[in-house]
Design a protein around this ligand. Structure first.
Ligand code: BGC
Length: 778
């Protein structure tokens, strides 16, 4: 854990340059707009440690898989999001010395990510080797109004002497991916050109031939007046630059404005890209930096109005939740149904920018409650469109008759990860995709979704489970062998309880969905049956047989479900027994040791009890939580959020609060020692859940919203907004009172701690409640 960033409600602040943590800071201070994203690399040269990262949504590379011993069923490629054009670069020389923070003496360094406005700024004083002292101030943003546009303002003031400046803004596609499997460069130039103060490069990716066209337009002001000095242009392969040379006196201020447009062939015809890029750039330049900035502030203001959560009385907790919401909003906007949410968003290369089960299991509820229904719907349609590939994936593994196995890791529906036991065997992801359909309908009431898109997906998933089980004569039950549950610190296990439970649920839900569509949309039903060769009687008979006769490992003495067969054979130790210097264990222990240990990476049985909470009584949930939580090391970012939800429900206030800080400040404080690879974007959806479903205790049951609040002692209040069907509610939770304001015209019936309340349209109601608190079992 590292605590070098300042606590502030709206800003992330680094004071003093923490060179050692630079990669972490670069991840945390990343900016994006759903179309592109940019790590907080410096504009000027930096020869110290840094991970350059500029990412364009949807542009990836199918890097040839690297495995020691090829086995049937391995995917051909491991997809990765590409480090794209370096559009921020501005080289600065002062009296021939490069401005490079690794080489200069720095003071007053401050880097600020203003989440309210969506802008990144930096200021510092640098003393170069030649003795010249300068003050530098920079501001940049990726516009969320014109999402192909970005802008930088970079100003330099000479503090102690006159000097000659050489300023060289550039665009550079000659970049690398640190995680390239064969140290290959992925971009090839298509064309380049320079104008008077402008430059353009179009490059294409190898293999898939994505084109990206990047353009820049430069203006330089000298003491507030636009400089008339001529620029000289430089062009080389994949690179263009404009150089301005000027003489400045002591205290002169030189300000560079760099307007940028980045366009992808995913959104424009390749032949027209340069022309359109010029147009987009012209619009940005005409608006000018200040107007673009004002628009950015207004647009972010509107986003915050929709999705802000306020926590009174605890700045660290407030900053944590806002950071998570900010990152989610700048990663996925729901505008484009071809896009999804990579575990690192636009903040790093790890996980290749691909789509994981994380989207459905952790991010989906956030978009469902805080954006228009079409945003969550787009996420579902993304998977609907991948159904043919999911059927192909299952086919490659030997399944047939339209069974689908959605990939654990994907860009276009194909499986593209090569860690067999860890990822392939996590077949539980099929369940999360089915559950998201259920959750969407439960939340929005949009049952038509089933006949429009949902049913074929559910049928194909049910077919998979019906084929994946096998019958154990010894147990006289169906079993699921050779799987990996959500806890990736166990591989290739038999009868993972979570996987079994979600398989059973999928089979039953698919059956109910078939009945519903057959009754309510017979024509559509006939069309789906014909298209997918669905034999309802025979197939449902099989589904029922399997779901009614599945085996579930449990231990009756302890009163718990067993994570998998043989779990109790493990040496029963607790997470607190691990010496601190050996954590995180994935960085310190051999894989063999981890697999044999009892330690749980992330919620597994508890993930199931979270999704299907209403199927179990509270005592069962409590017994399982009391057993599994002390054995969980939370080394997946996706873990603490689920534990918060259970802990808050059970009244374990201290535990819930501790784990809330862990999930919400995971990257800000680098809890898992891996933020340098990028921020944990998908777990940020989980953080949102931990607040709304955890401390707000929000659930949807039988078409109504339920709240069972528990406010941590450290907080004075918690306020959030929730969309639910046609309603918009503001909820303010105090220690013993909840105030609910109904923004809509119509009345709404809700439940607070299981008691019904009618909140009239445009009215608020204050409800007293008695929070449940109990000490955690030790
Ligand atoms: C987790 C997986 C997750 C992946 C991407 C892993 O560390 O164990 O559940 O899907 O990260 O976030």
């Amino acid at each position: 854990m590292k605590q070098y960033l300042k606590h502030d409600e709206w800003k992330i602040i680094e004071e003093g340059f923490h060179k050692k943590h630079n990669r972490i800071t670069e991840s945390v201070f990343s900016i994006g707009n759903g179309r592109m994203g940019q790590r907080a690399n410096f504009e000027e040269q930096y020869s110290g440690d840094s991970l350059q990262g500029n990412y364009i949504a949807g542009v990836y590379y199918p890097d040839k898989t690297r495995v020691g011993w090829w086995k049937n069923g391995y995917p051909e490629y491991f997809a990765k999001v590409l480090n794209a054009v370096n559009w921020i670069g501005i080289d600065i020389k002062i009296n021939n010395d490069e401005l490079d923070l690794h080489q200069c003496k720095i003071s007053d360094f401050r880097r600020v990510l203003d989440m309210k406005k969506g802008i990144l700024s930096r200021s510092f004083t640098a003393k170069l080797k030649n003795g010249i002292k300068v003050k530098v101030k920079t501001v940049r943003f990726c516009s969320i109004v014109d999402d192909e546009t970005a802008a930088i303002r970079y100003s330099i003031t000479l503090l102690n002497k006159k000097a000659k400046l050489e300023i060289k803004p550039y665009l550079d596609f000659d970049v690398i991916n640190e995680d390239a499997n064969y140290d290959e460069k992925f971009w090839e130039e298509v064309n380049r050109m320079t104008g008077k103060r402008s430059g353009y490069v179009t490059a294409k990716t190898k293999k898939l031939n994505f084109h990206v066209c990047s353009g820049m337009q430069i203006r330089i002001d000298h003491n507030g007046k636009t400089s008339k000095n001529p620029f000289s242009s430089t062009e080389k392969n994949k690179y263009v630059a404009q150089t301005a040379k000027l003489k400045a006196k002591k205290r002169d201020e030189i300000t560079i404005f760099k307007y940028v447009a980045n366009l992808s062939s995913e959104n424009h015809p390749k032949t027209a890209m340069l022309k359109i890029c010029k147009k987009v750039l012209k619009q940005a330049t005409q608006k000018g930096f200040d107007q673009l900035l004002d628009e950015q502030k207004i647009a972010w203001g509107a986003k915050w109005k929709e999705s802000d959560i306020t926590i009174e009385g605890d700045v660290a907790a407030q900053q944590g939740i806002r950071f998570n919401i900010f990152q989610l909003n700048q990663t996925y906007t729901g505008e484009d149904e071809r896009l999804n949410i990579g575990p690192k968003g636009f903040t790093g290369e790890k996980y290749g920018g691909s789509t994981y089960w994380d989207t459905e299991a952790y991010c989906f509820p956030f978009y469902l409650s805080s954006a228009e229904p079409r945003v969550a719907r787009n996420l579902l349609i993304y998977r609907y469109k991948h159904l043919p590939k999911a059927i192909e994936n299952a086919n490659k593994l030997g399944f047939n008759s339209g069974a689908a196995l959605y990939p654990m890791v994907t860009m276009n529906g194909e499986e593209c990860h090569n860690e067999w036991e860890i990822t392939f065997e996590e077949i539980h992801r099929n369940g999360a995709i089915a559950f998201a359909i259920y959750d969407y309908i439960r939340y929005t009431g949009d049952k038509d979704y089933l006949s429009q898109y949902g049913l074929p997906v559910l049928i194909a998933i049910a077919r998979f489970w019906a084929q994946r089980v096998n019958f154990s004569n010894e147990k006289n039950k169906f079993v699921l062998l050779g799987v990996t549950g959500p806890n990736e610190y166990e591989n290739n296990v038999n009868n993972n309880w979570y996987t079994l439970y979600i398989a059973k649920w999928c089979l039953e839900y698919a059956r109910d969905a078939v009945h519903y569509v057959r009754k309510t949309a017979p024509e559509r039903y006939a069309a789906i049956s014909a298209k997918y060769h669905f034999n309802d009687r025979a197939e449902i008979r099989r589904w029922n047989k399997v779901s009614r006769n599945l085996y579930f490992p449990e231990n009756k003495d302890l009163g718990i479900f067993l994570q998998q067969d043989g779990f109790l054979d493990k040496e029963q130790k607790l997470a607190k027994d691990i010496p601190e210097e050996q954590t995180p264990i994935w960085q310190n222990w051999s894989w063999d040791r981890i697999l044999r240990s009892v330690y749980i990476k992330q919620a597994d049985v508890l993930q199931g009890l979270y999704l299907f909470e209403d199927h179990f009584d509270e005592v069962t949930v409590k017994r399982n939580f009391d057993y599994y939580e002390p054995r969980t090391v939370h080394e997946s970012s996706l873990s603490p959020c689920v534990h918060v939800i259970h802990a808050a429900r059970l009244g374990y206030e201290k535990k819930a609060y501790e784990l809330y800080l862990r999930t919400s400040r995971l990257d800000l404080d680098d809890y898992n020692n891996d933020t340098e690879d990028g921020c944990h974007i998908t777990s940020m959806g989980g953080t949102w859940m931990s607040v709304i479903k955890g401390f707000g205790g929000m659930r949807v049951r039988r078409d109504h919203l339920y709240f069972s609040p528990l406010l941590p002692r450290q907080w004075k209040s918690l306020t959030f907004k929730i969309r639910f069907r046609e309603n918009l509610l503001s909820v303010r939770i105090g220690p013993t009172e909840a105030e609910i304001f109904n923004h809509s015209k119509g009345d709404i019936k809700i439940y607070v701690h299981n008691k019904p309340r009618i909140i009239q349209g445009k009215q608020s109601q204050t409800v007293s409640y008695k929070p449940k608190r109990q000490p955690i079992a030790t």
